[in-house]
Design a protein around this ligand. Structure first.
Ligand code: C2E
Ligand code: CA
Ligand code: CA
Ligand code: CA
Length: 268
């Protein structure tokens, strides 16, 4: 029994070693991928619910891995966050997204996801200003999507970067709204132009009374504060009609268009 016990620990140990090695491997590969041009952006339309005109596009990063094919962000963003590579990756995403928008004649905005670790670095808004100037894209055509955690950060640096982005004319939208924190005070203190209602609420619409009530309440909150409400993850005509019925103006989801490598792909 004693030796079996030891074998079991040896096995756990070797699993852990293997996982750690794979992680380090992925980190090395990702570092190279950023400089070798293996990352690419796909763009998903954000539409007006009435008429379904494209008002903006969200940039979503993918990694075209030479062996593993097109990898979704969930497979490499955690490693990027833990290793600090997110700063470099995020800088690439910002530049590429802004360039794509600048080289299109479309007047819609481009929305870029920015990680808290990228955001709280002093100089972030200076970098945004520089990228906009280099590309010629008006600041009004850039939206920065931040999660609630960074909005609630007590770090003065975070607040300062947000204020500075706002002063440039860049809009700030709170992503995955309603999933993270219940505090709402930042909506009063910080220059937030919109909230994105998370897909987890959308998927239950029409089936789950609680979801219906929560989404209605979020719309009320947005209207009351005079900020834009964008509902994510709309997949069906029923959801779309229901949302339009309660006064939602802007939405995003597979029903209107999936993320596509072409910037100006028309929604379906
Ligand atoms: P997110 O910001 O909430 O982005 C929306 C995600 O939902 C995207 O997944 C999108 O493809 C997916 N989606 C959109 N419409 C629908 C729908 O109707 N149904 C379903 N089932 N899914 C839909 P994706 O591209 O895999 O991205 C996952 C997450 O990775 C993003 O969630 C965001 O948090 C993060 N992410 C993506 N690109 C970047 C980036 O460039 N920088 C950072 N920091 N994070 C990123
Ligand atoms: Ca987002
Ligand atoms: Ca989201
Ligand atoms: Ca989400």
């Amino acid at each position: 029994a004693k030796s079996r016990g030891r074998d079991r620990w040896d096995t756990v140990d070797s699993f852990q070693r293997k996982a750690a090695t794979e992680r380090l491997d992925l980190e090395h590969q990702l570092r190279a991928a950023i400089t070798d041009g293996e990352l690419e952006l796909h763009f998903q339309p954000i539409v007006g619910l009435d008429g379904r005109d494209v008002i903006g596009r969200e940039a979503l990063v993918r990694w075209r891995h030479p062996d593993r094919g097109l990898m979704p962000p969930i497979t490499f963003l955690p490693v990027a966050e833990e290793s600090g590579l997110i700063v470099e990756l995020g800088a690439w995403v910002l530049r590429d997204a802004v360039r794509a928008a600048a080289s299109s004649a479309d007047p819609g905005y481009v929305a870029v996801n920015v990680s808290p670790n990228q955001m709280i670095r002093p100089g972030f808004s200076d970098e945004v200003e520089k990228v906009l100037a280099e590309s010629g894209l008006p600041a009004s055509q850039l939206v920065v999507e931040l999660t609630e955690s960074v909005m609630l950060s007590s770090a003065p640096a975070a607040r300062q970067e947000i204020e500075q982005l706002h002063n440039l004319g860049v809009r700030i939208v709170v992503d995955d709204f309603g999933t993270g924190f219940s505090a709402l005070s930042y909506l009063r203190d910080l220059p937030v132009s919109g909230i994105k209602v998370d897909r987890s609420f959308t998927s239950g619409l029409g089936e789950d009374q609680q979801c219906d009530r929560i989404v209605e309440a979020l719309i009320g909150l947005g209207n009351g504060l005079g900020i834009d409400v964008i509902v994510e993850g709309v997949e069906t005509e029923q959801q779309s009609a229901w949302l339009a019925g309660i006064g939602v103006r802007h939405a995003q989801g597979y029903l209107f268009g999936k993320p596509s490598p072409r910037y100006e792909l028309q929604p379906v």
